[in-house]
Design a protein around this ligand. Structure first.
Ligand SMILES: [Fe+2]
Length: 97
């Protein structure tokens, strides 16, 4: 099936990142040579942000997050790229950085 991936015999739906919305806004503050990332999103066992990733043309950094944890990450600035946040209920969101 074109556009889909399979894993262990299971067809997985294509996963595309959406632009951030009000509930899934990613706030970025530049502090010296780092990006400070925060989100105001639920972090309970049923609904939480599972990871935040900073992706540039030649690197990927992933910060794993867990329920009941504050959403606060720092990444060393490496130029233009994208921030991704994955919500366990609503999927993948992307913001230019
Ligand atoms: Fe969500």
């Amino acid at each position: 099936m074109e556009g889909h991936f399979s894993c262990c015999g299971i067809i997985l739906p294509k996963q595309e990142a959406e632009s951030t919305d009000e509930v899934h806004s990613i706030w970025v503050e530049t502090i010296d040579d780092e990006y400070s990332i925060t989100m105001q999103h639920p972090m309970n066992k049923e609904h939480y942000i599972s990871f935040i990733a900073y992706v540039t043309s030649d690197s990927v950094e992933i910060m794993k997050l867990y329920p009941e944890q504050d959403i606060s990450s720092r990444f060393r600035k490496k130029g233009h790229g994208f921030l991704y946040a994955y919500c366990n209920r609503h999927g993948l969101f992307r913001k230019n950085i």
